[in-house]
Structures are given as C-alpha cells and as structure tokens.
Design a binder for this molecule. Structure first.
Ligand code: PMP
Length: 321
C-alpha cells in the first residue's frame, strides 16, 4: 500500500518546492563567471532538505518506516535540521545524535520541529555520533538514513538537482561540477545526473587545506582543516566508491581554507547569505575556471545559510573586512 497516499493533503509542501535558482556569479569584474545553485533557499536553509525529503518520503513509501515511526540520524549540522523538518512534515519522530558542544541554536531548531537531541562524547566527534545513532536506532526500532552510505543521498541530487541544472544552464550542458565533499551526495549526484543526459563533465572535489595566515583548525577526524563545517574527509563510502569507479572524470583540488572563508565573506557582502562551504566551493570553481578557460560552463552550489555561523570566525572578521 502506498502509505504516502494516506497522508492528509493539507500542510505538506516539501514535494511542491520549485527549483532553486542557478545564477551566474562573478566577484570581480574581470573574473570568470561561475554558475551557482542557491541551495540556501531550501526550506530549512540548506541543500540537505533535498536528501531528507527524498530519503524519508521513500522510506515511508516503501514501508521502511511506518507513519508515526522514528528516524535517527547522526549529524551535528544541516542534515539533522533538514531531517527534523522533513520528519515534522511527514508525521515521523526524529532523533538527532550529535557530539556535545554543538551550538544551542542547532539544538533549539531541531527541538522546535518536535525532534529530540541526544549527545555523544565530544572527544569522539562524528564517529561517536555515528555509533550512538546505531545504538539508539537499534533500541527504538528506528529507521537510520545513514547519509554517508545511503545511495538515496546521491540519488536525490541525481534525479532532482541535476535535472534543475540542466534546464537552467544555457546550452544545456556543463563542463565541470565543483563541490566540497561531506557525504559526497552533492558532487556524485550532480555528476551522475548530468552524465545521464549525455553531458561529459569533470567532477572537481574541493578539499579545504590549512591556510597560512590563521593557522591550523583542529581537524575533527581527518586531514582537512576542520574550518569548513560539513566538508569532511574519509567518512563517505559514497565518495570512496565514486573515486574508485570514476577516477578518470574526477579531480581533487586543494583550496586554502583562509581563501574559502574570505570568499564566503565576499559573497555575503554581495548579498548572498551563505556559509563557509559556499566560499570553499566558489574559490575552487575559480581555480577550475583558471584551468578550463573563460568559456567553460562551471557549476557549483551554495549549500547553506550564513545565520548558522554568527558565532564563528566567518562573522568575527566579516564586520571588520
Ligand atoms: N556544505 C555544508 C554546509 C554541508 O552541511 C555539507 C554536507 N554535510 C556539504 C557542504 C557537503 O555536501 P555533501 O554531503 O553532499 O557532500
């Protein structure tokens, strides 16, 4: 039985949201133009609404979670907020497991959607949260979306985000897709979706590396600097598999994290209310433009909104810049 069909028609808007805009962005009058998908315009403020809506709708439709059932996800960031919103829409209970020490605002947002927050030991980072989520899901008989390995994560971007890009980009094809990798869902899904339609893009994975002027950033679990929330190294089986299978079409590009943060501030001053990973993506895209030339169609995403970062270095310096 199609359980989604039993949901009341009122209140539900997640599957009625229009495409996010894909717009040409140029920071310097002489600089290259980058096509940027404004993912901060999604309802919870990040691109993770895409995967939360897709994964949870499918889980309900296929009976992996019953109406009124429970969803547990390990995430200290955008995914838990998006899952909390989507769960509220779909009438599901939601439990976020996150390391102690995340900002009170994140907890308040999740709880305001009716979600629950459980904390894992701070010292164990995201790995402790993943272990805590597995335990909590087993105890509650809950659905565990597992964003770092669930093929429905890239499938959401492949079937929807990539299609939007194809209808929005002049000429209908893309030479390069550029994104920092957390789960890899964005980069992998965009790439595969474009290939499905006969484009032959190169995928550029932006890797934030420690910049010089501000020093290192206390890596959470990885070789990355830790200053770009949401972009982490080595956690994603989705990306590991993609790298093994699509190495001929994949380039990893190191971006100094100082530059990523500064570019995010410049984007904000242009009126884009973005977080640090948008700066990373844009700076990486500029580096790609340097390689491919001014006529290349280069697409990247602005994954989330600046309001989540008021208490971080992004704003500590923005007011003085
Ligand atoms: N930016 C932000 C702010 C994120 O939260 C994430 C995902 N955690 C990413 C970028 C990377 O996206 P993906 O997980 O699709 O690789």
């Amino acid at each position: 039985m199609n359980t989604v069909a039993r949901l009341p028609d009122c209140n539900h808007y997640l599957d009625r949201i229009a495409a996010t805009p894909l717009i040409p962005v140029r920071l310097d009058s002489s600089g290259p133009t980058i096509w940027c998908k404004l993912e901060f315009l999604n309802p919870s403020g990040s691109t993770k609404d895409r995967i939360a809506g897709y994964i949870l709708h499918k889980a309900v439709r296929t009976g992996r979670v019953a109406p009124g059932g429970t969803v547990v996800e390990a995430s200290s960031g955008s995914t838990s907020i998006a899952m909390a919103l989507a769960s509220a829409q779909l009438g599901l209970r939601f439990v976020a497991v996150m390391p102690e020490g995340v900002s009170p605002e994140r907890r308040m947002i999740i709880e305001s959607y009716g979600g629950e927050v459980q904390f894992s030991p701070r010292a164990e980072g995201i790995l402790g949260a993943l272990a805590g989520a597995a335990t909590a899901a087993a105890e509650r008989g809950a659905f565990l979306p597992l964003q770092f390995e669930n093929p429905d994560n890239p499938a959401a971007h492949r079937s929807r985000t990539a299609q939007e890009v194809l209808t929005q980009i002049p000429g209908g094809c893309v030479d390069a897709v550029v994104s920092g990798v957390g789960t890899g869902g964005t980069l992998v899904g965009l790439f595969e979706g474009l290939c499905d339609h006969g484009c032959a893009p190169t995928a550029f994975a932006a890797r934030p590396v420690t910049g010089t002027s501000l020093g290192g950033g206390g890596a959470e679990c990885c070789s990355f600097s830790g200053r770009i929330p949401g972009v982490v190294d080595g956690l994603s089986t989705i990306y590991t598999k993609f790298r093994a299978e699509r190495s001929a079409s994949l380039v990893e590009i190191d971006v100094p994290d100082d530059e990523a943060v500064e570019v995010a501030r410049r984007l904000i001053r242009k009126g884009f209310p973005v977080g640090p990973s948008s700066g990373l993506n844009f700076q990486a895209a500029l580096m790609v433009a340097g390689r491919l030339g001014p006529d290349a169609h280069i697409v990247t995403v602005f994954p989330d909104r600046m309001e989540r970062y008021f208490s971080t270095e992004l704003f500590a310096r923005a007011s003085k810049a």
